[in-house]
Design a protein around this ligand. Structure first.
Ligand code: SF4
Length: 277
């Protein structure tokens, strides 16, 4: 892993497209060691113009927490500051154990609070910052990516990502502590009939998205990444279908009321309450 230090010029990036409900995205690092096969960041300029493959390098934005308060103050002059952390990295990737860049950002936010913070991760390390999350009240949601309940499927598509059991345990801890949470089945991977009840044990809200609604290009981006082949290798092509989510949605509806079962972009909108109005 090539690890670089970087002094970022800015830390908040104006949000748009899929994240149009947010004023900004916030990436404490660039690069991500989880290297998910379907990660669309591989095709963005930040990755394309590097010689090193996606997943083999990380830039630490060393000055992130110093920049943040001033940028929040400036952004607030134009309207509510709603932050999505993170869109192009995992804020709780393993380096965060030692570097604590994300934790410093969270602490800075307690001094200069945004109107809302959405934390998107697949790492159980997120639990470490629970005491800080509590202080956000309903101005936060922690969203844990859990694309399947089948560990063999997880290993096939994302061999370097944290095991599912650890993610479920982390999500349960946060939910039981009263933090607004959700399980994010995105992108949806093949799962068992038990999945909805497993999720019901650990959270009250689910966001569901797939490779066709969620990749920003009606599946074309995902095709370019060669994901169809990965489904083919395990004889699960029927799950790689724009209609597949509609077939499993009723199963999820048995465990979650419709108002807490949000599809595609709706599952990522700002809003800390369990039930959005
Ligand atoms: S965790 Fe997120 S940013 Fe990291 S490789 Fe996977 S999809 Fe990409």
């Amino acid at each position: 892993m090539n690890i670089h230090d970087k002094n970022a010029k800015t830390i908040l990036t104006p949000a748009g497209g899929y994240l149009s409900g947010y004023s900004h995205s916030l990436n404490p690092y660039m690069g991500c060691p989880f290297a998910c096969s379907y990660c669309y960041v591989r095709q963005l300029p930040v990755s394309l113009f590097r010689e090193e493959p996606w997943g083999s390098w990380i830039e630490i934005k060393r000055n992130a927490a110093t920049l943040l308060p001033g940028e929040i103050r400036k952004a607030r002059k134009k309207g509510p500051v709603t932050l999505f952390m993170s869109s192009a990295t995992d804020p709780y990737q393993p380096l965060e154990y030692k570097e604590r860049i994300t934790q410093a950002l969270i602490q800075a936010m307690l001094e200069e609070p945004p109107d809302f913070l959405f934390v998107q991760t697949r790492s159980p390390l997120v639990v470490r910052d629970l005491p800080f999350f509590r202080q956000f009240g309903e101005r936060i949601r922690v969203s844990m990516t859990i694309e399947t309940d089948l560990e063999n499927i997880r290993k096939h598509f994302t061999p370097k990502a944290p095991p599912l059991r650890a993610r479920l345990r982390a999500l349960r801890t946060l939910t039981e502590a009263g933090i607004p949470t959700q399980a994010t089945i995105a992108p949806m991977l093949p799962f068992s009939r038990k999945f909805p009840s497993i999720l019901k044990e650990v959270t009250q809200r689910v966001a569901l998205d797939d490779f066709f609604m969620g990749d920003g290009a009606r599946g074309k981006r995902t095709e370019r990444l060669g994901i169809r082949k990965l489904f083919h290798e395990i004889h699960q092509e029927r799950w790689f279908d724009p209609e597949a989510w509609k077939k499993v949605y009723p199963l999820l509806k048995e465990a979650f009321p419709e108002i807490t079962l949000l599809v595609s972009k709706k599952g990522f909108k700002p809003g800390g309450k369990t039930v959005l109005h």
